[in-house]
Design a protein around this ligand. Sequence first.
Ligand code: NAP
Length: 255
Amino acid sequence: MGTALVTGATSGIGKEIAWQLAAEGNDIVLVARRVDALEALAERIRNFTGQQVEILSADLSTEDGAKAVGARAADRNRPIGLVVNNAGFGLGQDFISGSLDRELGGIDVMARAVLIICHAAANEFARRGYGAILNISSMTALTAQGTYSAHKAWVRTFSEGLAETLRPYGVSVTVSCPGLVHTEFHERTNVDSSQWPEIAFIPVEKVASRSLDAARRGQVIVTPSPLYKGAAGVVRAMPRWLVRKTAGPGRSGRQ
Ligand SMILES: NC(=O)c1ccc[n+]([C@@H]2O[C@H](COP(=O)([O-])OP(=O)(O)OC[C@H]3O[C@@H](n4cnc5c(N)ncnc54)[C@H](OP(=O)(O)O)[C@@H]3O)[C@@H](O)[C@H]2O)c1
């Protein structure tokens, strides 16, 4: 896949995707906010894999941050073969009484930055006639758990449309919709992940490898676990009033 750019690479799914890509012989651009974590990870990946690793510290909740990443994704002198839009977080609050800034930060990182980076990458990839984009959505895109579900539904629908737009240019777009994964995601939002049975969690290695396999095949939507594929089928078959009742606001597991 050549050089891959991965956002949200300092932990969880993004970090695992970066490791797997480097282990396969790809150079990597790691993107996140924490410079120390980016530097330490870059050093480890270089030492273990011998690949070139670049770091790009950017806050994707800002337009400047997202545009800087978009510019790197579209840099003709240092071509990127795969862009992975993975950075994201749970809001950890109710819509009523929650902070508006936190809400805006969520939509900025999980929708606006994805749009800005995809816009830059899509134009360059279409011009030269190759490239791949992998966007990380979530199973919650099918539920009604408030704004986080809405952002993830946006990523999924946007990616499907972009996949069709870019297909004639030889560029693929894949959207991955994982279920629960052990990462820093839940502790960052005050969610006790021990409330769910271990069987409900997909190993992060599988989420990364199945998402990357789908991107390699040019598959548009991937649910990287048989359990959640089944669950997605059940949710689709349910009337929406039942989805709202069983997987609506207040059902995110937050304490
Ligand atoms: N864990 C799950 O159960 C689960 C399930 C389905 C989908 N997902 C999705 O998977 C993606 C990755 O989440 P994860 O579970 O791996 O969570 P995580 O371990 O908390 O990782 C989140 C990553 O996003 C980065 N990030 C957060 N805010 C950012 C910002 N403003 N600018 C730049 N980078 C930012 C973080 O880096 P810094 O803090 O260093 O910036 C970190 O590298 C997210 O889009 C999430 O919605 C997760």
